[in-house]
Design a protein around this ligand. Structure first.
Ligand code: IMP
Length: 184
């Protein structure tokens, strides 16, 4: 896919590598939740592609629901402000939840979501993220299932966007913005 004018893309994690890793994550979740039923909580919008693939690699009974959280908009750095834009429709009390996220950066988003779900008396709350950028972490969040650790670079594709663009790329790509040394 072509980048927009003034931007360029470089593959960081190929679609083939993502596919194999997602299958392995689904198998691990299926093993760990054997005999139980599961609610996957997708964090909109970035997790929708990952969740769609992950759910097809899980072979225990599984339901899905979604939450939307305030995002960076057209900036690439977290404001640290987390706000629920769309809440779950499902009751979570006494249910086993796996929160599905595209990427963990500062950890502020997942820390907030996890504390909200624990406070609603879920039976358990685990976290599954495709990508992890550990170098910018501000709060400690335990990642139960992790696809790939990546360096501190802004990435798009496989559901992740910049300014609502590039979610449709099959690979996870670095985004370069020409004339800007580092994305702010
Ligand atoms: P955190 O609260 O700083 O951990 O931010 C997590 C959220 O920031 C993710 O769900 C993404 O929406 C967004 N984000 C962080 N890094 C990137 C990136 O490299 N590309 C696209 N979105 C990102």
């Amino acid at each position: 896919m072509q980048a927009r004018p003034g931007e360029s893309l470089e593959v960081l994690v190929s679609a083939t590598a993502v596919e194999a890793r997602v299958r392995a994550l689904g198998a691990a979740i299926s093993r760990d939740y054997q005999g139980r039923s599961l609610l996957l909580v997708g964090i909109l919008r970035g997790s929708f592609v990952f969740l769609a693939d992950l759910i097809r690699s899980i072979d225990v009974p599984v339901a899905i629901d979604f939450m939307a959280i305030s995002s960076y908009g057209a900036s690439t750095r977290s404001s640290g402000v987390v706000r629920i834009l769309k809440d779950l429709d499902e009751e979570v009390q006494d249910r086993h939840l796996v929160v599905v996220e595209d990427i963990v950066d500062t950890g502020l988003t997942l820390n907030y979501i996890k504390s909200q779900l624990v406070a609603r008396d879920a039976a358990s709350v685990a976290i599954c993220t495709l990508l992890d950028k550990p170098s910018r972490r501000q709060v400690d969040v335990h990642l139960d299932y992790l696809g790939f650790q990546i360096p501190d670079e802004f990435v798009v594709g496989y559901g992740l966007d910049f300014d609502e663009c590039y979610r449709n790329l099959p690979d996870v790509c670095r985004l370069h913005i020409h004339g800007r040394k580092e994305l702010e």
